[in-house]
Design a binder for this molecule. Structure first.
Ligand code: SF4
Length: 364
């Protein structure tokens, strides 16, 4: 069996930083209630470990409240996760006297998106956010961006094309309010506010899709207003993907050329960046998205996640007969490397003649 590992995979700076600060918050506050606004990262093992050390989650990833705000007081510690949070929640906590900045783990790459949105807003551009509207990071970005200018969220190219209908005047305002409900800022007028736009994105989107959306609006403005007036209508900025998303995705493109027989991608099932790695691998190989080695039940049975359908699937006889078998193995930004190790060891355990890790390491 041969494993092809990505040049870059696993934990990113933002996640490592957030985990470190969370453990520090527990250590420094014995006897205090320590809350996390929502899951620290999209990795169940890490979240479970934090919970076992006494941390409580205030909300789930969809924003449903586990702990009422009334239960939280100025003496409590509240950690802001790597995705950041909305201005509304930040202000609510500040009003209570909670020191939100002390354990604020918002990733600097997320803040960079907010800064870009602010700059666009101040230059009177409407901010189009390419992101998943229910994802914590996009909710936080939307809230910050709202503050500086009219903002609207598009999930993918399909929605970008729908949005273009309002710029072209082929659809009515009331159709917009229905079609984009919950995804535009208060007072948004689709016939007025789409004439001058700039695009930012959730840090973990698919790079090629964000580029496609920006190019689409650029082209649209050229057709409507002419090349000479482009700057008046379109802010030609680069995407706001983070380095980890870029590195993980470009490494995955290299994996596609590896001639492997299948791919295993490890990560949390609600992880946006992992889902894009899965998406890329699926273009070339049968791909299995698992959150731990426990999903590999036997050499002939694997339980994995279909991200598009948001459901678990069981596949039997997932390993082809071919030998040597070549397997692409990689993981998302919220997945500890130990999990990738465990998947690798479990797979090796299915084959005769496998040496123990100690035997292999003694040679070095
Ligand atoms: S994926 Fe990128 S933006 Fe998100 S926490 Fe990691 S480094 Fe930060």
């Amino acid at each position: 069996m041969q494993f092809v590992l990505a040049r870059h995979f696993g934990f990113c700076y933002g996640v490592e930083n957030a985990i470190e600060i969370s453990y520090r918050a527990i250590e420094e506050n014995p006897g205090k209630k320590v809350y996390l606004l929502s899951q620290m990262i999209h990795n169940q093992e890490v979240n479970n470990d934090l919970e076992s050390r006494g941390i409580k989650f205030i909300m789930d990833t969809d924003g449903s409240q586990f702990i009422p705000w009334d239960n939280i007081s100025r003496d409590d510690v509240v950690i802001i996760p790597a995705f950041g949070t909305t201005l509304e929640i930040e202000n609510l906590l500040l009003d209570k006297g909670v020191e939100v900045q002390k354990y604020n783990t918002t990733c600097p790459f997320v803040e960079k998106v907010w800064n870009r949105a602010e700059k666009l807003g101040k230059e009177n551009y409407t901010i189009i956010i390419h992101g998943k509207p229910k994802h914590e990071e996009t909710k936080a970005t939307f809230s910050h961006s709202n503050h500086y200018g009219p903002s609207v969220i598009v999930r993918d190219m399909g929605e970008a094309q729908q949005l273009a209908n309002y710029l072209l005047g082929s659809k009515t305002r009331s159709e917009f309010f229905e079609e984009f409900a919950g995804k535009f800022s208060p007072g948004f007028d689709p016939h007025l506010h789409l004439q001058r736009v700039g695009v930012v994105n959730q840090t973990t989107m698919l790079a090629s899709e964000t580029q496609g959306i920006a190019d689409f609006f650029r082209q649209l403005m050229i057709s409507k207003y002419g090349e000479k007036s482009l700057k008046e209508h379109f802010a030609d900025t680069r995407d706001t993907l983070c380095y980890a998303t870029n590195d993980n995705q470009s490494s995955t493109y290299q994996l596609l050329e590896s001639g492997a027989d299948l791919a295993i991608v490890v990560g949390g099932y609600n992880s946006s960046n992992t889902s894009h790695i899965v998406d890329l691998c699926e273009r070339k190989f049968p791909t299995f998205f698992i959150n731990s080695e426990n999903e590999i039940k036997s050499p002939s049975e694997i339980h994995h996640f279909n991200y598009n359908k948001k459901q678990k699937v069981v596949t039997y006889e997932f390993l082809p007969e071919k030998r040597p078998l070549r397997i692409v193995l990689t993981s998302g930004a919220s997945c500890p490397d130990t999990l990738v190790d465990r998947v690798l060891m479990k797979m090796l355990g299915f084959f005769d003649g496998t040496k123990s890790l100690e035997d292999v390491l003694t040679a070095y």
